[in-house]
Design a protein around this ligand. Structure first.
Ligand code: T1G
Length: 700
C-alpha cells in the first residue's frame, strides 16, 4: 500500500491547495514526485480549479530531494523531479508556492516551477546542493538566475546558504512574507496570471564566458577542493543556451557529480552531523540537566573563549580568576574579540553589549555555588587541577556538572579528587575556543549517563559539535595528531624540509601543514607536552623525531615570537622558510647518520595520513570512539580535515583499507619499524573485506 504523501483540498473560491506531507521535513521521495505529478495532471484537466497553492505540512515546506535515495538506483516507476516541475508550471492555472518552512534544493526548484511564491516568516530558502557535494539538478541553475539575476543566483548557489524570508523578499524570490502564507498565496493565485519563469530571459544580462571565468577565479581561495561548487558555476554558465539545452547539460553535470567521492563524503558528513549526539552508549531516554547558569575557572585564552560560547547562547556565566588583574586581562581579551566581530559586521554592537552583560567576573569560588555547570580551564598541571576540583566539590551545589577542559590529563584522576566522580566529565575545547566548533566530551570511568547526556546536549546549544570520546592520552584528536606529527618530524630528518611537507598537506586540503600548525600552537607548547609525556611514561625505547626540541632550545617558539620553524614578518602570518632551520635539519640528518634523499609528495602524504588512520583504527578497537563518524567529525571540526573528503576514516574507506595496510607494511619495513606497525583492526577489516564504517555498523 503506497502511503499518501501529497494531499489536495479544494477551497470554495476555486483554489486547490496541494500539501506535501512526508515527515519529518517533506523530502521529495519517489512517492512525493509521482503523487505531485499526478495531482498537477488532474488539476490541468479540471475546469473547476481556478488556481493552485502548493505548501508543506509541519515545519518544512520541502527540504529537497530525499538524500537517503542518493547513491541508490532510481525507482523506474517514479516520476522524475524535472518532469514534475514542468507539470506544475504547465498545468494551465496560476500556481503559487506557500513557503511555510524550509524550502531547500529540489524544494526551491518546485517553488520556482510555480508562477509566484509567498513565504511565511520562518521560511529558509536556498539551493544548498553544494553542501552535499552536488549541484541543483532539477532546473534550479536555469530558473534562479531568471528570477534574481545571474550574479545573485551564483552567490546563493555557491554559498550553499539558506536565506531567511526577509532576505528572500529582498532578493525578490518571494512576492511577500505573510504569517498566513497559504491564504496570501490563494489570494495571489486568484489575482495573477500564469507566468512561466523558464520563458523570462529579462534578467539574463551582462553575462559572458569571461564573467564566469572571473567568477570561478574569485571563489578559488575560499572553495579550493570543493569541486561541486565549480561544476555548479559551469551549469549556470549554460544560461546563454536555450533553456532546454541548458537543462539537459545541468542534468549531465548533476548525474556525474552525484557519483563522486566528494558527494559521498559530503553526504556522510551531513548525516554524521545529525547522528553524532545520538551516541550508542547513552540510552535515548537519559535526561539531561538544565543549564541555566555556567561557571568558568580561569580567564586565560581558553577560559575566556569558552565563556564567550555561553554568552553567545544567552547563558549567564561567572568567570573565576585568582586575581583582579588576571580577571581584567581576561575580560579585555573577550571585549577585543567581540569588538573584532562587530567590526567585521558579524554581530551588532548591542549584541556585543548583551553578551558582555552576561559575563560576571569574580575572585571568590563561592560565587560559583549555584551554577549548573562549571568548566575548569586552568594551567595544564594535574596538581593544580586536582586542587581546583577539590574546592569546586565543596562549593558547588548538588547536581552541578564539574567539567575540565584538559587536553592531556587523566579525567579519572581528576574525578577522584572529588566526592562526586559521577558528575565529573571532560569538555575539551579547541583553541580559539570561541571559534573552533569541536567539543570533545570525555567520559570518565565513573561519569554518569546523565552527566554525559548533559554535555552532549549542551554542545549544539553553545554552537559546538559535541563528540563523545573515551578517556585516554590525547583522547581522539590529539592522540591521532601525535602519529601524524611524528612522521612529519621523521620526514625532515630523511630528506625534505618543513615547507615541502606543509605544501603537500595544504594541497590535500587541511588549512595548514604540521609545521605551520606547530608555529601557530607554539613550539614551546609542543615541547612542554612532550616533556610531560616523558615525565608520565618515561622515555620509550622507540625513536622520536629530534629537530623540534632543537628549535625550542633556539628560543624559536613560533608565530607569537615571530619565529619558529619559519620566520614571520610583524603582523603577518605568512610563514617564510629560514636558512638556520634548514641547516639545523641537515645537521640533524648527519648526526643521525641518515643520508638525505628525495621524497615524493605521495610518500609525504601517505606517511602523514596513513598513521593517522592507523591510530584511528586503534581508537575504534579500544572503544575510545564508538563509531568511525565520531573520529571523522573530530578531525573535520577540530583540525580542518577537508569536509569534501569526509574525515580520515571515511577517506580511508574510500581509498580502501587494503591499500593503506599495504603501504603501512612497506613503510614499517623500509622507513620506520618503531611506529608504523598496522593496527590489528586495520588487518581485521582488510581480512573481512569491509570498511571501517561497516565494522562500526556491525558493532551496533
Ligand atoms: N532528505 C532526507 N532526509 C533529510 C533531508 C533530505 N533532504 N533533510 C533533512 N533530513 C532529515 C535529517 O537527516 C534528520 O533526520 C531530519 O530530517 C531532520 O533534519 C534535485 C539534488 C531542511 C533545513 O540539502 O538543511 O534537492 O537525524 O535535524 O534542523 O536539485 O534538514 O532526525 O533521522 O536537519 O529542522 C537539498 C538538507 C537536497 C537540505 C531542516 N536539500 N536539510 O533542518 O532538521 S539535494 C538539502 C537541511 C536536492 C535537487 C537536489 C535541514 C533543514 P534524523 P534536521 P532542521
Amino acid at each position: 500500500m503506497i502511503e499518501t504523501v501529497v494531499e489536495t483540498q479544494d477551497r470554495p473560491d476555486g483554489i486547490r491547495v496541494v500539501t506535501i506531507d512526508n515527515p519529518p521535513v517533506n523530502a521529495i521521495s519517489a512517492a512525493v514526485r509521482t503523487q505531485l505529478y499526478d495531482a498537477m495532471q488532474a488539476i490541468a484537466a479540471d475546469g473547476q480549479v481556478k488556481g493552485v497553492v502548493i505548501t508543506g505540512a509541519g515545519r518544512s515546506f520541502i527540504a529537497g530531494a530525499d538524500i537517503r535515495e542518493f547513491g541508490h538506483p532510481p525507482d523506474p516507476d517514479a516520476r522524475g523531479l524535472t518532469e514534475t516541475i514542468h507539470a506544475v508550471e504547465d498545468c494551465g492555472k496560476p500556481v503559487v508556492a506557500a513557503i511555510n518552512g524550509a524550502c531547500a534544493g529540489g524544494g526551491l526548484e518546485i517553488a520556482l516551477g510555480c508562477h509566484y511564491r509567498v513565504a511565511g516568516p520562518r521560511a529558509l530558502i536556498g539551493l544548498p546542493e553544494v553542501n552535499l557535494g552536488t549541484i541543483p539538478g532539477a532546473t534550479g541553475t536555469q530558473r534562479l538566475p531568471r528570477l534574481i539575476g545571474v550574479k545573485a543566483a551564483l552567490d546563493m548557489i555557491v554559498s550553499g546558504d539558506l536565506a531567511s524570508s526577509e532576505k528572500a523578499l529582498s532578493h525578490c524570490i518571494v512576492e511577500a512574507v505573510e504569517e498566513d502564507c497559504v491564504e496570501a498565496a490563494a489570494q495571489l493565485a486568484l489575482q495573477r496570471p500564469v507566468k512561466k519563469l523558464r520563458e523570462d530571459d529579462s534578467r539574463i544580462v551582462d553575462v559572458s564566458d569571461d564573467f564566469f571565468q572571473t567568477y570561478k577565479k574569485g571563489m578559488t581561495r575560499r572553495w579550493r577542493g570543493f569541486e561541486a561548487r565549480f561544476r555548479a558555476v559551469e551549469a549556470v554558465s549554460n544560461i546563454l543556451l536555450s533553456y532546454e539545452d541548458a537543462v539537459a547539460k545541468e542534468r549531465e553535470i548533476f548525474v556525474r557529480q552525484q557519483d563522486t567521492a566528494e558527494a559521498r563524503a559530503m553526504r556522510h558528513a551531513f548525516f554524521s552531523d545529525r547522528e553524532v549526539t545520538r551516541h550508542p552508549s547513552i540510552p535515548k531516554d537519559t535526561p539531561a540537566k538544565v543549564i541555566r547558569k555556567a561557571g568558568i575557572v580561569g580567564c586565560g585564552t581558553m577560559g575566556g573563549g569558552i565563556a564567550m560560547n555561553f554568552a553567545n547562547a544567552g547563558i549567564p556565566v561567572t568567570i573565576m580568576e585568582m586575581t583582579e588583574e588576571a580577571l581584567e586581562n581576561g575580560f579585555r581579551v573577550i571585549e577585543k574579540n567581540y569588538a573584532n566581530t562587530v567590526a567585521k559586521g558579524r554581530i551588532s554592537k548591542e549584541a556585543m553589549d548583551q553578551r558582555m552583560a552576561l559575563l560576571t567576573g569574580t575572585t571568590d569560588y563561592n560565587d560559583l555555588a549555584d551554577v549548573d555547570i562549571v568548566i575548569e580551564a586552568v594551567f595544564e598541571n594535574m596538581d593544580v587541577k586536582k586542587k581546583v576540583f577539590g574546592i569546586l566539590d565543596k562549593v558547588c551545589k548538588d547536581g552541578t556538572v564539574l567539567a575540565t577542559n584538559t587536553s592531556t590529563l587523566d579525567i579519572d584522576e581528576i574525578a577522584d579528587a572529588t566526592s562526586r566522580p559521577e558528575a565529573v566529565v571532560g569538555t575539551h575545547f579547541f583553541s580559539p575556543a570561541n571559534v573552533m566548533r569541536l567539543m570533545e566530551n570525555i567520559r570518565g570511568a565513573k561519569t554518569s549517563d546523565e552527566t554525559v547526556q548533559t554535555v552532549m546536549k549542551l554542545g549544539p546549544r553553545i554552537g559546538k559539535v559535541a563528540v563523545l570520546c573515551g578517556n585516554c592520552d590525547g583522547f581522539v584528536g590529539n592522540r591521532m595528531l601525535y602519529q601524524y606529527t611524528r612522521q612529519a618530524g621523521f620526514l625532515i630528518e630523511e630528506g625534505v624540509l618543513p615547507q615541502d611537507v606543509d605544501q603537500v598537506i595544504f594541497d590535500f586540503g587541511l588549512p595548514m601543514g604540521p609545521f605551520a600548525m606547530g608555529d601557530l600552537a607554539g613550539i614551546d607548547v609542543g615541547y612542554l607536552v612532550r616533556q610531560e609525556r616523558i615525565k608520565k611514561y618515561g622515555r620509550t625505547n622507540k625513536r622520536e623525531p629530534s629537530v623540534a626540541d632543537k628549535v625550542y632550545h633556539l628560543g624559536r617558539y613560533g608565530q607569537k615570537v615571530g619565529k619558529g620553524w619559519y620566520d614571520y614578518e610583524p603582523g603577518n602570518r605568512t610563514p617564510k622558510p629560514n636558512e638556520q632551520i634548514t641547516a639545523l635539519i641537515e645537521q640533524a640528518s648527519v648526526e643521525l647518520g641518515i643520508k638525505r634523499r628525495q621524497i615524493s609528495d605521495d610518500e609525504i602524504l601517505e606517511r602523514c595520513m596513513y598513521p593517522l588512520v592507523n591510530e584511528g583504527a586503534k581508537i575504534l578497537a579500544e572503544g575510545i570512539a564508538a563509531r568511525s563518524l565520531d573520529i571523522d567529525l573530530v578531525w573535520i571540526y577540530g583540525y580542518g580535515f577537508p569536509r569534501y573528503r569526509g574525515g580520515p576514516m571515511h577517506w580511508a574507506d574510500e581509498i580502501g583499507p587494503a591499500r593503506i595496510l599495504e603501504r603501512l607494511e612497506y613503510y614499517a619495513k623500509e622507513r620506520d619499524p618503531d611506529w608504523l606497525e598496522p593496527a590489528p583492526l586495520l588487518r581485521e577489516v582488510v581480512g573481512r573485506g569491509i570498511t571501517f564504517k561497516e565494522w562500526t555498523d556491525c558493532k551496533r
